[in-house]
Design a protein. Structure first.
Ligand SMILES: Cc1cc2nc3c(=O)[nH]c(=O)nc-3n(C[C@H](O)[C@H](O)[C@H](O)COP(=O)(O)OP(=O)(O)OC[C@H]3O[C@@H](n4cnc5c(N)ncnc54)[C@H](O)[C@@H]3O)c2cc1C
Ligand code: SF4
Length: 344
């Protein structure tokens, strides 16, 4: 804010952001990573003992990547604000398969653990704008993630109550499949999904867009059970806590609440993924093809999802999508193909 109004006279700088991944990479500096200490060694020993006694974990054991105490959390915040915030805005909605962190802050885990006060993170970003270290469109976008999204999601958790997590408005009952529960993308053909599952296996984290556009979108299209997906996200992610999942998974990603949180389902086909990620060029499948050997499961899955959920036609925000569905000449073949699909 500057006085009573927004800095530079605008509340929202989305039109300057939302760029696709740049061909040469973002060029942003690496994130801050912790040096492991004796506590990490002790925890690892304990986990190894549990595993030897039969407890099953998912994901790979690797160096810790997220701040785990107050001192580390402040170092991670300082490094992000100083070196990475400047480029947060332009690429916040893009996915670059060569760069797992892009310009994201990796601060959700320390915030959720109570090691950083969200308001202190916001103030640090604001200060970077005032002192000329970061551009307004990045600072505005980052601050909105926290006082907009994070806070909204927190309040929705209490507002919607305990039963919200059992919502299943689209009657989605498919169990979460093996590559998700094992965090192993080996048997997955779809490059975007394979790579995302492998990254979670390695880091317990991917940024917001793979969570929403790849994992959530896939689960929505394939009708994975919402409560199972909610629990899977809690188990698989380093920042997974019960309060943050329901609005993000049940509401925003799976539309299982019938529209209490979002005005329309977040369903996207391969063409959108090919615009906002660079996965398609290395994929054996083709985002433009919906029927046939090389059909992209996101493109075919998008149309099948619309056809399966005709009750969404009355949502005026879906009218263009349903107009497109009416024009499809090969819907019968597409339905037959997708009904027989056993892998992705
Ligand atoms: C399906 C799905 C599952 C998610 N699961 C989690 C989760 O388990 N834990 C979690 O903290 N966030 C979750 N999010 C929100 C968001 O994806 C993560 O907060 C973010 O990717 C964490 O990385 P970061 O700290 O680098 O975030 P940045 O991109 O740097 O954003 C800054 C901060 O904004 C906040 N934020 C932004 N969007 C959201 C949101 N939708 N909900 C809550 N906080 C938000 C986070 O605190 C984050 O640290 C989920 C989103 C989706 C769509
Ligand atoms: S072609 Fe389809 S499955 Fe392959 S990377 Fe692109 S969107 Fe994903």
């Amino acid at each position: 804010m500057e006085g009573d109004g927004p800095a530079q006279g605008r509340w929202n700088f989305d039109s300057e952001n939302r760029l696709p991944p740049p061909a040469g990479g973002t060029g942003v500096k690496e994130p801050w990573f912790p040096k492991e200490n004796e506590i990490d060694i002790a925890v690892r020993e304990e986990l190894d003992q549990l595993e030897a006694s039969g407890v099953r974990f998912i994901g790979k054991d690797g160096p810790r990547r997220f701040a785990g105490n107050r001192e580390e959390a402040l170092a991670a915040l300082g490094w992000f604000v100083e070196n990475r915030l400047e480029l947060f805005g332009p690429y916040e909605d893009a996915v670059d398969g060569r760069d797992w962190t892009m310009s994201h802050s990796l601060l959700s885990a320390p915030m959720n653990l109570g090691l950083l006060d969200p308001l202190e993170v916001v103030r640090a970003a604001e200060e970077a704008y005032i002192s000329g270290k970061a551009r307004i469109e990045s600072v505005e976008a980052f601050i909105r993630q926290i006082i907009g999204w994070r806070d909204y999601v927190w309040h929705l958790y209490w507002h919607f109550g305990e039963d919200y997590v059992n919502s299943n408005a689209l009657e989605a009952h498919t169990p979460v499949p093996k590559p998700f529960s094992s965090l192993d993308g080996r048997d997955v053909k779809a490059n975007c999904l394979k790579h995302t599952l492998d990254l979670i296996g390695e880091y317990g984290w991917v940024h917001h867009i793979p969570r929403l556009m790849i994992l959530g979108n896939h689960a929505l299209q394939r009708g994975y059970n919402p409560k199972e997906m909610n629990d899977w996200f809690i188990d698989a992610f380093v920042d997974g806590t019960p309060w943050v999942m329901p609005a993000n998974v049940i509401g925003m990603s799976l539309y299982a609440d019938g529209g209490r949180m979002s005005t329309k389902p977040y369903a996207a086909g391969g063409s959108y993924l090919s615009k906002m990620t660079n996965y398609c060029s290395d994929c054996p499948l083709n985002p433009k093809i919906r029927v046939g050997e090389n059909a992209c499961p996101f493109t075919a899955g998008y149309w099948k999802f619309l056809d399966d959920n005709q009750q969404l036609r009355s949502n005026h925000r879906m009218s263009n999508a349903y107009a497109g569905l009416r024009r499809l000449s090969d819907l019968e073949q597409l339905r037959a193909q997708e009904s027989g699909r056993t892998s992705f």
